[in-house]
Design a protein around this ligand. Structure first.
Ligand code: GLN
Length: 304
């Protein structure tokens, strides 16, 4: 399969297409971005890399990082984490409050905000220097040492994070948060503020295409079973109340963020990252989904 040609066709087609939607504005700092940025990067497990457009420009990865925080929590704490967060699709928006009271403060999955906040609480209890160790982990997966937090974005989100504050207070009332609320939210905003390029994201997610082992360094990070399970959660929960639509159109596990990024994984084959900041109503990148739909349709390869 000639992915280089397919990627180029997809990119050229979509570059000329006007995208609907706007960048996220509920985090004011994210609204300052040029909405028409567009980049794609493909990375096979055999080490082939192709990138196009703004694929080497850093952007705010936001919820994409929730896969990496889950990975670190699953690696360090094992199956105990599933007592505090579920693995079911939510069918609700990423920042929704409605299920949480019904379900006694146990979030449906680790990719909606409530679930990611619980994972942050677990990491805070587990790690000696959470901020530093988490960033080291990201850089270890990315085979890179330039990835950083963006304090301006974290502060901007903190100033407007009323919903996340509501979610964590509700969970604390049910006994599902151990650490002080302020500390957990600060850590959550920090990890969401991490900036990466499409190239770095495609590299960072390689272990999920290779049963938990980084293909180029041969380093095992998590077990095969843990890797398959994280992919299953991405497939079912990676796009919130658009997870079914993404499975239907794209047919790969993946994760989006309100910075306009999406990473998708074809286990055993490749990872691909797309960035286009204009979002649809579900908070997922318009053009990002279109690009991935075209990629798996043209290549006739998905997990199905
Ligand atoms: N940091 C964002 C929030 O908490 C992440 C949301 C997202 O990317 N879907 O709202």
């Amino acid at each position: 399969m000639d992915f280089k040609t397919i990627l180029k066709e997809v990119y050229t087609d979509l570059l000329q297409t006007k995208s609907n939607g706007q960048p996220a504005s509920y985090i004011p700092e994210l609204a300052n971005i040029d909405p028409d940025k567009f980049g794609m990067h493909y990375c096979s497990v055999n080490g082939e890399h192709y990138g196009l457009g703004d694929h080497q420009e850093k952007f705010s990865v936001q919820s994409i990082i929730k896969v990496i925080s889950l990975c670190l929590a699953f690696k360090t704490e094992g199956v105990k984490i599933w007592k505090r967060v579920g693995v079911e699709p939510s069918g609700t928006p990423f920042n929704s409050l409605v299920q949480l009271e019904h379900e006694q403060g146990i979030p449906r999955n680790p990719f909606i905000n409530a679930g990611a906040i619980v994972i942050c609480d677990i990491l805070l209890s587990q790690l000696d220097k959470p901020k530093e160790e988490f960033l080291n982990f990201v850089n270890q997966l990315a085979l890179n040492s330039t990835i950083q937090y963006n304090p301006k974005i974290a502060a901007s989100e903190k100033d407007h994070g009323y919903r996340n504050a509501a979610l964590i207070n509700m969970m604390k009332s049910f006994g599902n948060i151990e650490n002080p609320i302020e500390d957990v939210l600060d850590f959550y905003y920090d990890i969401c503020s991490i900036e990466m390029t499409c190239e770095e994201l495609a590299q960072t997610f390689q272990l999920f295409a290779n049963n938990g082992c980084i293909p180029s360094s041969k380093e095992r990070v998590i077990t095969t079973s843990q890797s398959k399970r994280i992919n299953a959660i991405m497939q079912l929960c990676g796009f919130y109340d658009e997870a079914g639509e993404f499975s239907f159109k794209v047919g790969l596990p993946g994760k989006s963020g309100v910075g306009g990024g999406i990473v998708a994984i074809h286990p055993g084959e490749y990872t691909v990252a797309v960035w286009s900041p204009r979002l649809n109503k579900k908070g997922n990148s318009y053009k990002g989904i279109q690009a991935l739909e075209m990629l798996t349709t043209k290549s006739e390869l998905s997990i199905f």
